[in-house]
Design a protein. Structure first.
Length: 340
């Protein structure tokens, strides 16, 4: 059997879709997750999709003993590291919790990997490391900055990885900067299931479509964009999952790769709402509100490096993202608590 890959945060939104992509590629995986933001019922859904991990370990990336035990049990070919907290507003209220979980957790994982001589890592970074970008689309060489504690944790982890690679060139590291992942697995068995009121646009739209929320609030229609609403680079979560397989394959030699994962195409809030309503035949009541603090007008990836270095590009269009997101939400009104 091939050596397995460890997937931290593998029961989360992006992690669970990546587990499926790896299973389809015949790549065995072990999942480690502390379930602080995901459900164990994800494992039943993975089983339905024939994407059973070799093992699911409920543990925390900050627990060095648990990591050492896991690295002793398996000869991992590498680690895909999704585990982290990701809510921007919460990070402003609880910066120490975010630093502890995301930065200390990542350092702890890197130390365990080093002790076990496993030096191949794919790290989940974010377009948030570009702060307030000046040039569109954004190349990987753009200046980096943080506008909130969540973003700072991503920047700090990236800096740690760059320093680690400079000090010890045996490491194979891919830093993947995701733009805006949306959509769901086409089966309707996996998708995004945020706790409480969604912060992000797509889960909010699907909950309005379902009638769980009255109205979508559009945060600003006075931006310098074609229709005045914010423009983002949305990509299908299954394309993003495939990007991790491509990154792992590209890491055959020791190196440090830094790659944007996005489409390079801009979609405004208004485009997104209109497309969702048209493709799925559901009305989305909406009202315009003031801008949300901390938002930029436009965020778009320059995706050329991903094509050149990973031979990866997106396959799914906006219509498909909207159709899959709605299939997931309508089949699972209670998220993973909806009976199978
Ligand atoms: P998610 O919350 O659905 O998944 C993260 C998983 O990590 C969860 O299952 C959670 O239980 C687990 N986790 C958190 N802290 C842990 C810890 N200390 N030990 C073990 N497990 C822990 O989030 P997601 O959307 O799948 O995001 C995955 C990664 O991608 C995160 O690092 C996130 O910051 C990053 N990212 C996400 C987006 C996005 O829009 N979803 C964009 C850019 C970057
Ligand atoms: C947000 C985070 C970012 C994170 C990303 C992916 C903030 C300030 N930024 O980015 O750090 O990396 O999610 O998790 O939180 N919108 C509405 N109504 C809503 C929700 C969103 O109009 O109810 C608009 C926003 O103003 C924005 C667009 O929709 O123009 C996309 O918002 P969102 O999905 O939250 O993503 P980002 O703002 O890109």
């Amino acid at each position: 059997m091939k050596h397995p890959i460890l997937i931290t945060g593998g029961t989360g939104f992006i992690g669970s879709h990546t587990v499926v992509a790896f299973a389809e590629a015949g790549q065995p995986v072990v999942i480690l997750d502390n379930l602080c933001n995901s459900s164990p019922k994800v494992l039943d859904r993975l089983a339905k999709l024939n994407a059973n991990p070799i093992e699911f370990v409920q543990a925390d990336i900050r627990d060095a003993q648990a990591l050492d035990a896991l690295f002793a049990r398996y000869s991992f070919a590498g680690v895909i590291h999704f585990a982290g907290l990701k809510a921007v507003g919460e990070s402003v209220a609880q910066p120490l919790r975010y630093l502890e979980n995301n930065v200390s957790g990542t350092l702890n994982l890197l130390q365990a990997m080093d002790r076990a001589n496993v030096r191949r890592l794919v790290f989940s970074s974010s377009a948030t490391v570009y702060g307030n970008p000046v040039r569109m689309p954004i190349p990987e060489t753009a200046a980096l900055s943080a506008t909130n504690p969540y973003g700072r944790t991503k920047l700090m982890c990236e800096d740690a990885l760059r320093e680690l690679h400079a000090a010890d060139p045996r490491w194979h590291i891919a830093i993947l900067r995701y733009f805006n992942p949306v959509g769901a697995h086409e089966s309707g068995l996996l998708g995004e299931s945020p706790n409480g009121i969604p912060n992000n646009l797509m889960p909010y739209i699907t909950q309005v479509a379902l009638g769980q929320r009255a109205c979508l609030q559009i945060f600003g229609n006075d931006y310098d964009t074609p229709d005045g609403t914010g423009v983002r680079d949305y990509l299908h979560v299954c394309d993003l999952a495939a990007g991790h397989l491509a990154a792992l394959r590209a890491l055959h030699e020791p190196q440090l790769l830094t790659v944007n994962l996005g489409t390079g195409r801009g979609v405004s809030v208004q485009d997104m709402v209109n497309t969702f309503a048209r493709v799925n035949g559901v009305p989305i009541p909406q009202k315009v509100m003031p801008r949300r603090a901390g938002d930029v007008a436009v965020s778009l990836a320059d995706p050329r490096q991903a094509k050149a270095l990973l031979n990866w590009e997106t396959q799914f269009d906006l219509e498909r993202m909207c159709a899959d997101a709605w299939r997931w939400q309508s089949m699972n009104p209670q998220g993973f608590d909806t009976p199978l």
